[in-house]
Design a binder for this molecule. Structure first.
Ligand code: 5GP
Ligand code: MN
Length: 344
């Protein structure tokens, strides 16, 4: 396995992006794939706009370079989530059981730790692997690391890599990268939205990407049953002003029974946290989404007073300072109690 030394120091102190050596090693590794060689692209389980947009945008870029075979995959499925239907490059997706066992090169996108690759984590033992990510909590589990905790989205790192490979942006690549950027920045509202982010967005839009269409598809489309489901779940929200050392916690939960009552699929719940986190009386917001009898996918957000990635990591998950998550085990009140305890 090719390995490039990375700057030393605690993970959370590393705020700079990839070194020139790391960029050069990644470009060299990609260019070294022989004609007809197999390049495998991976992203994390339950992929979001940044994971899929970064992976497929890069995949299309690699196809433009030509000469290599390209597969894209994530653990647990082969489909685009409904909110991302129409994303270019979806034809590169293969089911996990079809993924090559012996690729020449593996790149993974938006993956902070190997566990987020599930059943596909073993592919990282390919002769060369490149981790492309922007999580400060990245555990640097590959051979070459393009990790920029200062990047608003993994797609920002991908755009840098495509530039260095000499791949010109076209409207399809740009649509993937734009969806990644607009989802991870919360439509350019979150704190990482720098002037450079808008400059990148301008480059993407200049190719002909249609932002209004994308926004409607990705953020503003929901079945009527989901509108009613949100009503029921938001109605049972709990505000705890004294939690999180007085900064306040607001939380709610959605069960599998709720999904059945309103005839909805789990993906619709992903937008729920955005309605809960509006609560001005709480710095921290939290949504528990039941995935099995005593198992919950937990989403956490902070307005700035609390590092929720610390809480998520302590409870077995990960994420960013202001947006993180983990898998909670037990009854909902027990999971909330564990969060409360970590927050205090
Ligand atoms: P969301 O709440 O939107 O599902 O996730 C917010 C962020 O938290 C994601 O970008 C991801 O970095 C992180 N995250 C969410 N769930 C998990 C999890 O179960 N494990 C880890 N390691 N990170 C998670
Ligand atoms: Mn991301």
């Amino acid at each position: 396995m090719i390995s490039v030394p990375s700057p030393a120091g605690p993970l959370t102190d590393r705020v700079s992006g990839p070194t020139e050596d790391e960029w050069a090693a990644a470009v060299a590794a990609i260019e070294a794939v022989p004609a007809g060689g197999r390049v495998l692209l991976l992203c994390h389980v339950n992929p979001d706009g940044d994971a899929l947009g970064s992976m497929l945008g890069f995949g299309l870029g690699l196809c433009r370079l030509g000469g290599r075979q390209v597969q894209a995959a994530y653990p647990g499925g082969q489909q685009l989530p409904p909110a991302l239907h129409g994303m270019p490059g979806a034809h590169l997706l293969v089911a996990p059981h079809e993924v090559w066992s012996d690729p020449d090169l593996v790149l993974c996108f938006d993956v902070a730790s190997a566990s987020r690759l599930g059943t596909l984590a073993d592919r990282m033992s390919a002769p060369t692997s490149i981790v492309v990510d922007h999580h400060a909590s990245n555990t640097r589990f590959g051979g070459i690391h393009l990790v920029d905790p200062g990047a608003a989205a993994t797609s920002v790192v991908v755009q840098g890599l495509l530039d260095r490979l000499g791949v010109p942006l076209d409207v399809q690549i740009a649509e993937c990268l734009y969806i990644a950027l607009v989802t991870d920045t919360g439509s350019f509202r979150f704190e990482m939205t720098t002037p450079a982010v808008h400059e990148l967005a301008a480059r993407l839009l200049a190719t002909g990407v249609a932002p209004a269409q994308i926004a409607r598809r990705v953020f503003d489309s929901r079945p009527f049953g989901a509108v009613r489901l949100f009503g029921a779940v938001l109605q049972r929200s709990v505000l705890e002003p004294t939690a999180a050392g007085g900064r306040g916690l607001v939380w709610t939960y959605a069960t599998l029974a709720d999904l059945e009552t309103y005839d909805q699929q789990p993906y619709v719940l992903e937008a729920l946290i955005d309605s809960v986190r509006c609560t001005v009386e709480a710095d921290v917001s939290c949504v528990l989404k039941q995935v099995a009898e005593a198992t919950w996918a937990v989403s956490m957000r902070s307005k700035g007073g609390v590092d929720v990635s610390r809480v998520a990591v302590a409870l077995g998950g990960g994420g960013h300072r202001l947006a993180a998550g983990f898998t909670g085990v037990g009854a909902a009140p027990d999971v909330i109690q564990a969060i409360r305890a970590e927050l205090d």
